[in-house]
Design a binder for this molecule. Structure first.
Ligand code: ADP
Ligand code: MG
Length: 331
């Protein structure tokens, strides 16, 4: 029998070989069936009290995983448990123990005060009326909006709105929290405040699964990270462990003009090259080439770039960002 609290040693979040396929159709006259395998065999465990990050580019499958965990979407196959409870068999019990906030969430009433918004949701969540006032003050405090409760939401910044969303997700004091891209669309200062709230909640003992496509956000916040690309986990570990995976690499940055496509292709084909990315800045191209350590990379690249105008070429230490780029662009 499973209980609401995890048995000792049991993970707070337990996802085993999760798959989720979307079935849609395209075309207007001739309908074509389309199957999108959004999540393709994801297995992960989050321990009680852990702050775990799902890091991946747009379309990787992050939101799909979160929606399954929040009981908003049924899995195609696999086993998904929250605090020992199966999300398919016991969705209502799961919902009582979780809070969730999706990035870019709407659903706040602009003309109402923050307090009235929270009162509305407290009613919706059937929070005991006697408890409401106390709890609403607590959550405003938790998200750093104490003293702002009587102001109308229309005057709030994006960061304040997002923190009010977090407050809403905390009303029923759930032990497990899901945040999907919590800082998306929030300005840098507001985003830092949102991250601070997430860190405070983790310190207060909540189990948190958050998604982000910002590498630095995962790095600065999370105890552990799973990097996800095209519906699969491609790497998992602490930020330090993920960094260790690239320290044995050389990274060379090249600023050049009019690099022919064949040249880029030939760079990619070099046996020691692990990843190549290209950014266009004004007229120039910025190539970042990752290769195994010790290779005479700079010399080889200059050979291949003969006849191309190279402004700058420099080797540097690899970063976690490089690890992330190599992981999500591989294959
Ligand atoms: N309701 C849907 N119907 C069809 N395809 C979808 C639907 N939701 C997401 N997808 C597709 O599934 C894949 C994963 O999407 P999503 O889980 O939203 O990724 P992420 O949150 O990492 O950006 C994408 O290819 C996306 O286009
Ligand atoms: Mg998403």
């Amino acid at each position: 029998m499973s209980t609401a609290r995890p048995l000792s040693g049991e993970p707070a979040i337990d996802v085993a070989d999760l798959r989720r396929t979307y079935r849609t159709t395209t075309g207007t006259l001739r309908r074509h069936r389309l199957e999108i395998e959004a999540v393709r065999g994801v297995t992960l465990r989050v321990e009680p009290g852990e702050l775990f990050g799902l890091l991946g580019p747009n379309g990787a499958g992050k939101t799909t995983i979160i929606r399954v965990l929040c009981t908003l979407l049924l899995p195609t196959s696999g086993q998904v448990r929250v605090l020992g409870m199966d999300v398919v068999e016991r969705p209502r019990d799961v919902r009582r123990q979780i809070g969730y906030v999706f990035g870019g969430d709407r659903g706040l009433y602009d003309r109402l005060s923050a307090l009235d918004n929270l009162r509305y949701f407290a009613d919706l969540y059937a929070l005991e009326p006697r408890m409401q006032r106390k709890r609403i003050n607590e959550v405003l405090d938790l998200v750093g909006l104490q003293g702002r409760g009587t102001e109308r939401v229309e005057g709030f910044s994006r960061g304040m709105r997002q923190r009010l969303h977090l407050a809403r997700g905390l009303l029923h004091d759930p032990p497990v929290l899901f945040f999907d891209e919590p800082t998306i669309g929030v300005d840098p200062v507001g985003a830092r405040e949102v991250r601070q709230v997430v860190a405070d909640l983790a310190r207060a003992g909540k189990t948190i699964l958050l998604t982000t496509h910002y590498m630095f956000e995962a790095d600065s916040l999370c105890d552990r990270i799973a990097v996800i690309a095209q519906g699969q986990i491609v790497a998992e570990g602490t930020p330090q462990q993920l960094k260790a995976g690239v320290t044995a690499r050389t990274v060379v940055e090249i600023e050049a003009y009019g690099v022919p496509e064949q040249t880029v292709a030939r760079i990619r084909e070099l046996p020691e090259v692990e990843a190549v990315t290209i950014e266009v800045r004004d007229q120039a191209q910025l190539l970042t080439v990752q290769a195994s350590e010790g290779s005479q990379l700079t010399g080889r690249l200059l050979q291949l770039l003969e006849g191309v105008r190279v402004e700058r070429i420099a080797a540097r230490e690899p970063t976690l960002e490089d690890a992330y780029v190599a992981l999500v662009t591989a294959g």
